[in-house]
Design a protein around this ligand. Structure first.
Ligand SMILES: [Mn+2]
Length: 319
């Protein structure tokens, strides 16, 4: 029996959906009985690939950075900042592994994996159409309005809230095998999801009031600092609901594993949104996509995070 180590972007709807899609794809196209172990990956200030992590016969990474380890047999990513070093990027370009796929033009990694699995391996993606659709909406910020992104009535957005913010370590890993075979409406009824939903929806509504007090919107940039609160998993569209005039958002938050500066673009005010936020974040060791990116700091370096956030907010206000 093949053992598969599947590393995915933790606490992220697209990362979890990518893992579910890969899980079903591998079982249907390669080995039904393969034994999976799931590892959620978090962006941190230090090198993410720890010794001994790739312990499977197959080691897969989805919706997360490239690893130059020869043990990695599958890789799918769509982030602009996919490579830790220029040497890694060169290695991938010159000697891509047989099952290594990278395309930063995809709005979601879920859709990217689905397309490759279908076109190259004949995987039937029709049962997963709903999941693929929502992966693109959520990771690509393609909601009709800020209200639609924040109101949390769709099962997909409720599930995303639980994946991103539930205070239970390892929860996405328990969600993945279910998500591979169930509808989103069924998913939010499952006890492992439903038990978190009530408290998280209340916390979400409270966070709108907190951000109403903390947001400072000037010259096209809404800035807020919530590093003193347990609020890392806040909904990233709330600032644009409160300040539709903003083009960008810059924020500081903190958790046990990192201090974090987040940069975002208002998806409903794109006329003058020309800054590449991934490129800006890369200057400080972070990364992401053109329209949304982040920089992770050691949890002890909150002052450093605050300084970088202030610098970037000032820079975006002048752009
Ligand atoms: Mn993604």
């Amino acid at each position: 029996m093949t053992r598969v180590r599947l590393c995915y972007h933790d606490r992220c709807f697209d990362g979890t959906a990518s893992a579910a899609l890969f899980y079903r794809f591998y079982r249907e196209c390669f080995e039904t009985a393969a034994e999976f172990g799931f590892t959620g990956m978090t962006h941190r200030a230090k090198q993410p690939w720890e010794e001994g992590l790739f312990d499977g016969d197959e080691n897969a990474i989805v919706d997360f950075k490239y690893s130059n380890s020869s043990k990695v047999t599958w890789w799918f990513d769509h982030h602009q900042s996919a490579f830790l070093t220029p040497a890694d990027a060169l290695q991938f370009r010159e000697h891509p592994g047989r099952h290594m796929y990278y395309d930063p033009t995809y709005k979601s990694c879920t859709k990217f994996i689905a397309t490759v699995a279908n076109e190259k391996f004949g995987f039937d993606i029709s049962p997963l159409a709903e999941l693929i659709h929502w992966g693109d909406i959520i990771d690509g910020a393609q909601y009709a309005s800020a209200e639609a992104a924040v109101e949390m009535v769709e099962p997909a957005t409720q599930l995303a809230l639980v994946i991103e913010a539930a205070p239970e370590d390892g929860l996405p890993a328990r969600i993945i095998p279910e998500l591979a075979y169930r509808s989103l409406a069924e998913m939010v009824q499952l006890p492992l999801v439903a038990q978190h939903l009530g408290p998280l929806l209340k916390r979400h509504r409270d966070s709108i009031e907190i951000l109403r007090q903390r947001c400072d919107s000037r010259d096209g940039v809404v800035f807020f600092d919530v590093a003193d609160l347990d609020l890392e998993g806040y909904n990233k569209f709330i600032p644009y609901l409160l300040h539709p005039e903003a083009i960008y958002s810059v924020s500081v938050s903190a958790s046990k594993v990192r201090a974090k500066v987040s940069l975002g673009t208002n998806p409903w005010n794109l006329a003058n949104a020309n800054a590449n936020l991934a490129t800006l974040a890369e200057k400080y060791g972070g990364g992401g996509h053109q329209r949304v990116s982040a920089i992770s700091f050691d949890p002890a370096d909150l002052p450093g995070a605050r300084e970088v956030a202030a610098t970037l907010a000032a820079q975006l206000r002048q752009s």
